[in-house]
Design a protein around this ligand. Structure first.
Ligand code: PLP
Length: 383
């Protein structure tokens, strides 16, 4: 069966696709319909931190699907209750109020509503090169006009300031600033890393001006950057933290984690599927795996090793290697698309983060041997 032609016949077509059809996954590996094996450094854009088809997560999904798949949030549910408690056990001190949703963009939308609803103010300051999602609120917080131009007018009240520039941010604040939103490591926008001083200065600014700090941990969370949430490495506590992607290791889910005092009036926000028992069961098992297999610690060590090996490659085509934990960007001196295709031929899947940057987001238990294979493939294609 030619599945690629079959998809092409009906797919709406806005997501550019590579010409391979993935049919199976296990741990860090996936296989296409011809049986070819790949090391998956794409991980569903950081949605598979615990690896493909982890037996404990598969078992949790199987057991829950035989018991109860869906219960609307207007009713209580045992699995959801237990996951609330489990997630709250790893969120920062004082951030134990949680709203479950189904995706990253929904988490951002909810966070923006909470910021406006709680503060009574309307302006949101976001960062240049930020990516927060593709619905109207999250898109308005997103920087690159290639995602937004066609759909203007966007939500009013958003402005963007240069990343890692506290003076520009301070300048942009007004009496009407409800929130500052940022990724501490920008993923889609090019793998740019906030400095600790910058993050701490933002926290201080927010405290002084009574502004809510929203940290988007959708790509950085659940161990990806070498700690459960990357904000923990910065020594800051957000007011609102947005989660999704690896929260349930491939089952669609998101969460808005809030400081305990934040509240919206009843019925001003809601969801049909958010916190659904099937997703909650997968999320519970995922967090268990991340904790028991020490995946955040592994990501930290593996990421350091990966970047040290990449930096040792002698090629005039590499401008910079940067990242944190297992979120790594390799900035080339030329467009990276053809190199991404060469990596696919070599059996390695990765992503772009802007035209010149290759982005690697493998499952967190990637072995040293697999990293060596990725590095060797990079060496081969860049010589
Ligand atoms: C940092 C960040 N925020 C938000 C989103 C949007 O998430 P979703 O695609 O689940 O809506 C993404 C997705 O790539 C992301 O990387």
């Amino acid at each position: 069966m030619d599945y690629i032609s079959l998809e092409q016949a009906y797919d709406f077509g806005v997501i550019p696709k590579k010409g391979l059809c993935i049919v199976k996954g296990k741990g860090t590996k996936v296989w296409d319909d011809k049986g070819k094996e790949y090391i998956d450094c794409m991980s569903g854009v950081s949605s598979m931190n615990a690896g493909h088809c982890h037996p404990a997560i598969v078992q949790a999904i199987r057991a829950q699907s035989e018991k109860l798949i869906h219960a609307y949030g207007g009713l209580y549910n045992d699995t959801r209750a237990l996951y609330f408690e489990k997630l709250a056990s790893v969120t920062p001190e004082g951030m134990k109020k949680i709203f479950f949703c189904n995706s990253g963009t929904e988490s951002i939308e909810g966070a923006l509503k909470i910021a406006r609803g709680v503060s009574g103010k309307t302006e949101i300051i976001a960062m240049q090169n930020a990516f927060h999602g593709r619905t109207f609120g999250s898109m308005s917080a997103t920087w690159n006009s290639k995602y937004t131009k066609l759909f203007e007018p966007l939500v009013p009240g958003f402005k963007h300031v240069p990343f890692n520039d506290i003076a520009a941010l301070t300048e942009a604040v007004t009496e009407n600033t409800a929130a500052i939103i940022l990724e501490l490591v920008q993923g889609e926008g090019g793998v740019h890393i906030a400095t600790k001083e910058y993050a701490q200065a933002i926290r201080k600014l927010c405290n002084e001006k009574n502004i809510l700090l929203i940290v988007d941990e959708i790509q950085t969370g659940f161990g990806r950057c070498g700690s459960m949430f990357v904000c923990m490495q910065y020594g800051i506590t957000p007011d609102i933290m947005c989660l999704a992607k690896s929260i349930a290791n491939g089952i669609p889910m998101g969460a808005i984690v809030c400081k305990d005092y934040l509240k919206l009036p009843p019925k001003t926000h809601g969801t049909t599927f958010g916190g659904n028992p099937l997703a909650a069961a997968a999320a519970f098992a995922t967090l268990d795996v991340i904790q028991h297999e020490k995946l955040a610690e592994k990501a930290r060590a593996a990421g350091d090793y990966f970047r040290s090996q990449l930096k040792a490659i002698s090629s005039s085509k590499i401008r910079e290697v940067r990242g944190l934990g297992l979120l790594t960007g390799i900035e080339l001196t030329e467009p990276a698309g053809t190199y991404l295709d060469k990596l696919i031929d070599a059996g390695i899947l990765c992503l772009l983060a802007g035209d010149n940057i290759l982005r690697f987001l493998p499952p967190l238990a990637i072995s040293k041997e697999e990293i060596d294979l990725v590095v060797q493939a990079m060496r081969n294609i860049l010589h």
